[in-house]
Design a protein around this ligand. Structure first.
Ligand SMILES: Cc1cc2nc3c(=O)[nH]c(=O)nc-3n(C[C@H](O)[C@H](O)[C@H](O)COP(=O)(O)OP(=O)(O)OC[C@H]3O[C@@H](n4cnc5c(N)ncnc54)[C@H](O)[C@@H]3O)c2cc1C
Length: 384
């Protein structure tokens, strides 16, 4: 791919840079509630100025921007250290899925409040007995006139405690082969029969939840992509998760790496030599720099593939797998240099180190991503 920007793309970048300089509210406040409100407010400001849902069509509140402009947006917001968005699952996954498989009525109803953060979205795919083997899920959907009635349990449901809508995958035909008996629903989280129980993570945060459904009713009009077509719709959601997030994540790695270099420079010398002068530390840093550049170039390669084929492909799995390894290695280096102090340290590197443990599980485990790369990118024989 050609990495030089056209004059229009440069204009877009300069306009965005100027806007970010004037509007970036700076670092997030401490505390989960305060940080969430801060992110909602930031997303509203972006949306009011026409910067949310960049590549979405204009008629649904987007900007109709090209993928290159979207990539510029990710780079510039990361560079400006702008806050995260509140409705990240709605913007990265829910919206693109509704655009790809929804009816016109569904697009008009659901897309604008995703962008304004008025309606937060969550993803109800994983179950206690079905994570990697998602198609084996057992949450049941039974048709009752113009409605579906759902019962079962989901788990690891990020933002279920804040969400208005859940992208829910359920079994609508238990007699069909497992991939064909699934339907994709948009479930209103504010109704009887839904119980959300928080799960506390190693970081101390309760970012995700258990989700219990007992006779929950969903109008047939909230099925996305047609009855029995849930697997194809779910794959769209997952491909967007890996592609869209991969682009922003590789930038966060670059920023984290430059912060780590600054930190190491400032670390006082022990035994006559500072951490920054230690040859082993320098070697690990050098390797991380190489890996972060490979991540960046692969993200661009993924972008070229989407520009060519229109949809994200299985190569996104490579980016997500590689990112999780690099991000974990980065945090481990910071913690190794900090030594036993890291256990007491309340600073952001300790948080990063703990949060990074989930990177190789969330959004598909590394083992599963390796299988996808082996079978669907490299064309190696299937394991089973
Ligand atoms: C922070 C975080 C946020 C999450 N948010 C959400 C969310 O919002 N919505 C949602 O639906 N889910 C969410 N998840 C769930 C996540 O997608 C699953 O944890 C993941 O798919 C793995 O499923 P599992 O936990 O059931 O593990 P399992 O599938 O039981 O896997 C257990 C182990 O076996 C390995 N394994 C399984 N099958 C194979 C195979 N065929 N070949 C090789 N190894 C294999 C796995 O790699 C893993 O190491 C989240 C998870 C985390 C950590």
């Amino acid at each position: 791919m050609d990495l030089t920007l056209s004059p229009e793309e440069e204009r877009f970048r300069d306009e965005l840079r100027a806007w970010l300089q004037a509007n970036n509210p700076g670092p997030e406040p401490a505390g989960e509630e305060a940080a969430f409100e801060f992110r909602c407010d930031w997303q509203r400001r972006l949306n009011d100025a026409g910067w949310a849902g960049l590549s979405w069509p204009r008629e649904y509140g987007g900007r109709g921007a090209t993928l290159v402009e979207q990539a510029i947006f990710s780079e510039e917001t990361a560079r400006a250290r702008a806050p995260q968005l509140a409705n990240v699952l709605g913007i990265a996954m829910g919206g693109p899925t509704v655009i790809a498989h929804g009816t016109e009525q569904q697009r008009r109803r659901f897309l604008p409040p995703i962008l304004s953060a008025q309606e937060i979205w969550c993803q109800g795919f994983s179950e206690p007995g079905s994570g990697s083997d998602l198609a084996s899920l057992s949450t049941r959907a039974v048709r009752d006139g113009d409605e579906w009635v759902l019962s079962g349990q989901k788990v690891w449901t990020t933002f279920a405690h804040r969400a208005r809508w859940c992208m829910l995958l359920a079994r609508s035909d238990p007699d069909a082969p497992k991939h064909r008996g699934l339907t994709y629903f948009l479930m209103d989280m504010r109704q009887p029969g839904i119980e959300v129980r928080p799960l506390r993570q190693i970081t101390g945060e309760a970012e995700f939840n258990e989700l219990f459904l007992d006779g929950v009713r969903i109008p047939a009009a909230n099925v996305i992509g047609g009855e029995g077509n849930g697997w194809a719709v779910a794959i769209t959601t997952l491909m967007h998760e890996r592609f869209t997030l991969a682009f922003g994540l590789q930038l966060q790695v670059q920023i984290a790496l430059s912060e780590l270099v600054e930190r190491l420079r400032d670390t006082p010398a022990t035994g006559g030599r500072s951490a920054f002068e230690d040859p082993v530390v320098r070697q690990r840093l050098g390797q991380l720099m190489i890996e972060s550049e490979v991540l960046r170039l692969n993200a661009y390669r993924g972008l070229s593939a989407v520009m060519r084929d229109g949809v994200p492909g299985p190569e996104g799995s490579l980016g997500k797998w590689h990112w999780s390894e690099v991000n974990q290695a980065l945090a481990e280096l910071a913690i190794d240099v900090a030594g036993p102090r890291a256990l007491l340290d309340e600073d952001r590197w300790t948080y990063r180190f703990l949060r990074a443990r989930a990177n190789s599980i969330e959004g598909g485990t590394t083992e599963i991503l390796k299988n996808i790369v082996a079978e669907r990118v490299l064309g190696l024989p299937r394991m089973r």
